[in-house]
Design a protein around this ligand. Structure first.
Ligand SMILES: [Zn+2]
Length: 343
């Protein structure tokens, strides 16, 4: 499981350029599904089984990244953020620019502490004032290296195992969900109805891919797989983020755009209890995931989200627990197995 997560993490997949992760999902699930297609905007839609109920599970294939916006005469590259970035963690990081001659390593430069005025030390540099240095002396050299305006830029994080079953890497949001999607497809053998396993595009810039894919599949229910904040870190009070890493998958009760239907909540609780799978809740005031807008598609399609706790989300050092991933796979597999009784 960790090997596949490492491969997913090492596949750059910024919103609008999800091909790498999509190819990997395709390769992994193809032998286990009856049909797989790519729709016109890049969503991967795989089908397994037949008849009703039609259950769609999905994970978003994109990650947050940057885009080349301007190259100055001295060869410094200004960029546009793609998705929700904290400007504090951008500086002094390595990035990969995906230009026409393959990936180029660049660094977001930062002023040495020795050169900063007292007041500057307290200030956060704005993204518009940051730049990437790829080792070029001028604009011509940048262009020679295959870099131009509009190129995608991804984080240059590593995947590593930590203590116990913990792992760290970048883009766990939502490679962890993609890993779960693959594993659920592989572990479902005999079930009643049709399973649609969908890898969606452009979640990070406004829940884009879920709209058309849900409309075309027209399922009875959508289960989105994503990550959520783990609240057990020194900078958070327990009530600020209620899910905790290592304590099991998380049922999303409320976020900025959705509230779960009470009958769906009861079904998930019953399935978790019956199969002795730990279950946590999340109640969020900000943020949303693909499932959050599914009830507004067509005449209204029921949905839920199963989230995996992750520390340090949207940074290059996200931390997740493989135990939670395994329990999320188990829970969603049992939900699909029991859906015909519920729907
Ligand atoms: Zn996500």
């Amino acid at each position: 499981m960790e090997d596949l997560l490492k491969k997913l993490v090492e596949s750059p997949s910024v919103s609008g350029s999800e091909r790498n992760v999509r190819d990997l999902i395709m390769k992994e699930i193809k032998p286990h599904v009856d049909d797989v297609r790519i729709d016109k905007i890049g969503n991967l839609i795989a089908k397994k089984g037949s008849g009703s109920p039609k259950i769609m599970i999905n994970a978003h294939m994109d990650e947050i990244g940057l885009m080349v916006k301007h190259i100055d005469d001295k060869g410094f590259i200004r960029f546009e953020p793609i998705g929700g970035w904290d400007s504090k963690i951008l500086q002094a990081q390595k990035f990969k620019i995906h230009g026409s001659k393959g990936p180029i390593i660049g660094v977001v430069g930062s002023k040495a502490i020795h050169l900063q005025e007292r007041e500057e030390e307290k200030k956060v540099t704005k993204i518009k004032d940051m730049f990437i240095d790829i080792g070029a002396n001028n604009k011509k050299e940048v262009e020679k290296m295959g870099v131009k305006v509009g190129d995608f830029v991804t984080q240059h994080g590593e995947f590593n195992s930590l203590g116990g079953s913990r792992v760290t890497g970048y883009g766990f949001d939502d490679r962890v969900g993609c890993l779960e999607l693959i594993d659920i497809v592989k572990s479902l053998k005999k079930f009643k109805g049709t399973l649609y396993a969908v890898g969606t595009v452009k979640e990070e810039i406004g829940l884009i891919g879920i709209r058309g894919s849900t409309f075309s599949v027209n399922p009875d229910l959508v289960i989105s797989l994503d990550v959520t904040f783990s609240g057990d870190v020194p900078y958070l009070k327990p009530h600020e983020a209620i899910a905790v890493i290592g304590n099991g998958p998380v049922l999303l009760i409320k976020d900025a755009l959705s509230i779960i239907q009470d009958d769906i909540k009861k079904w998930v609780e019953d399935v978790a209890k019956k199969n002795k799978i730990p279950l946590q809740y999340d109640v969020l005031s900000a943020g949303a995931t693909d499932s959050s807008i599914v009830s507004t598609i067509r005449e209204g399609i029921p949905s839920l989200a199963i989230l995996t706790p992750s520390r340090y989300m949207h940074t290059p050092v996200e931390v997740a627990d493989i135990k939670d991933v395994k329990n999320a796979v188990k829970l969603v597999t049992e939900l699909v197995n029991s859906a015909h009784k519920y729907l």
